[in-house]
Design a protein around this ligand. Structure first.
Ligand SMILES: [Zn+2]
Length: 133
């Protein structure tokens, strides 16, 4: 593995992963507890924990046909749209978008407009540094 860096160009919107995160309160263990208990009397774990996660749907049906780029997992920044191209520091550039760019843009805007969490008026071309460790 090691460190990899890519320059990525995407047509779409910039967003914040927190806009998609779901917070859920759930039981801290499997044991039966009293209604008002703060901790489990059997294992000592908190009675309830708050779990924050990115719903699987973000990568499934609702976003089908939408590329989701999170350039750096330490950052909350994500981009939704269509991946235009990617290049790293020692290989050739790769173009992901083939065909009519106007149709591609129209199709991307149409797809993005169906996603309520994003502001469609912020659609633009973005070139960002994507890092993986
Ligand atoms: Zn327990």
């Amino acid at each position: 593995m090691g460190y990899d860096a890519y320059a990525v160009t995407i047509f779409g919107v910039k967003s914040d992963i927190n806009d998609f995160e779901v917070t859920e309160k759930k039981r801290g263990c499997e044991h039966k507890i009293d209604k008002d208990a703060k901790f489990c009397s059997q294992c000592g774990k908190p009675a309830y924990i708050t779990d924050t996660f990115i719903p699987d749907e973000l990568y499934q049906e609702k976003y089908k046909g939408v590329d989701i780029i999170r350039p750096n997992s330490d950052s909350n920044e994500i981009y939704l749209g269509v991946l235009i191209g990617r290049t790293d520091y020692n290989k050739k550039s790769v173009c992901y978008s083939k065909g009519n760019i106007t149709q591609l843009i129209d199709k991307t805007i149409e797809r993005l407009s169906k996603i309520e969490e994003i502001a469609i008026f912020d659609v633009a071309f973005w070139t960002v540094l994507e890092e993986s460790y």
